[in-house]
Design a protein around this ligand. Structure first.
Ligand code: SF4
Length: 337
């Protein structure tokens, strides 16, 4: 167990501790299987009505973390508590059923997640059909209510997914996620396939829904500008681990971890005289044969010998922020070794 004190906002409804995911990759006959540690000791809380943004490059473990939270893939180790109920191990069937209703997932590609042969109304109602207990009239009423909620005409229920634009399909995906009145939604890159103007509309819709229904979100994205708009706090993931977590304005105003600094440096700004780097230099380390020490050391401009030897723990550097870097916090002097 790590000794990280997770900086929670008020009473958390989502509580994740030391979450791990290791995939076993099969090789050709005779060769030993290999392990890929995709998520490493991830811990965080999310409060009611709060959005935690989860950012990082692709391959950083963001989506794997989100999928473990909603039970789409099992965790290898660690604990997930939702609404005070333990979900890791073998939770009772009643707990699993309750969680299926209270926790939902919005996919990056709404087209891929909607059955092209299913009318939109039926796709939206599918979670209700699986849960059971809805009369025909209730089901129909709820479909219309959900279409109203996401700003689509009620006539859309009779049409098929391919008849809609990307933005409209994402609204359909959100309506479907809302069908069972969840309290927590994992949004996995929900706007990354959309144009900028449509991105803003979907983000506004998610914010309106949060206000109306007190929803909590884990909002996964690689686009820092989008995450800034919607998040109350932001966690930055690198090579499977959280390297910095802080309230949004603190993180964007004064990023502490060199990776967060590099990510923010690469965000285009409307200042023609300000130079930005086009991306974080170098490549993510291989998770099949991870380097010793800090996973970021091969790309970090401040790396020292200590960084190559010793992995920095994620630890509090203020009341509201945690950072995993030898340079930041109490023992920065030791980094000069
Ligand atoms: Fe860079 Fe070292 Fe900090 Fe890692 S621990 S981010 S290599 S300074």
């Amino acid at each position: 167990m790590s000794n990280v004190t997770v900086l929670a906002s008020h009473a958390p409804i989502v509580s994740v501790r030391d979450l791990e995911k290791t995939f076993t990759l099969k090789r050709r006959a005779g060769a030993p299987a290999r392990s890929l540690r995709a998520v490493r000791a991830v811990s965080f809380d999310i409060a009611k009505g709060e959005t935690l943004g989860l950012v990082g490059e692709s391959g950083s473990g963001k989506s794997t973390t989100g999928r473990m939270l909603v039970g789409l893939i099992p965790a290898t180790a660690g604990r997930i508590k939702l609404f005070g109920e333990e979900l890791t191990g073998k939770p009772p069937r009643g707990t699993v059923k309750r969680m299926r209703e209270r926790v939902q997932f919005v996919f990056q590609d709404p087209h891929g997640s909607l059955d092209p042969r299913m009318r939109v109304g039926d796709a939206i109602a599918e979670p209700m059909d699986i849960a059971g207990g809805y009369s025909r009239a209730d089901r129909q009423r709820r479909i219309q209510e959900l279409l109203d909620t996401v700003g689509l005409p009620r006539s859309c229920g009779e049409r098929f997914p391919h008849e809609f634009s990307g933005g409209q399909r994402q609204r359909i995906g959100i309506a479907r996620a809302l069908a069972l009145k969840p309290q927590f939604i994992v949004c996995d890159e929900p706007v990354s396939a959309l144009d900028v103007s449509l991105q803003a509309q979907v983000v506004n819709l998610l914010q309106d829904l949060q206000e109306a229904f007190g929803l909590s979100y884990l909002f996964i994205a690689h686009d820092l500008a989008v995450v800034r708009n919607i998040s109350h706090r932001v966690a930055v993931m690198y090579a499977g681990a959280i390297v910095e977590i802080a309230p949004r304005d603190e993180l964007y105003g004064s990023p502490q971890h060199p990776y967060t600094q590099a990510l923010l440096d690469a965000v285009p700004r409307p200042d023609p005289f300000r130079r930005t780097s086009s991306a974080v230099r170098g490549e993510l380390p291989s998770l099949l044969s991870p380097p010793s020490g800090c996973m970021f050391h091969n790309r970090c401009p401040h790396a020292t010998e200590r960084c190559r030897q010793e992995s920095p723990a994620l630890r509090p550097v203020s009341l509201t922020r945690q950072v995993a870097c030898h340079l930041v916090g109490g023992d920065a002097a030791a980094n000069k070794r």
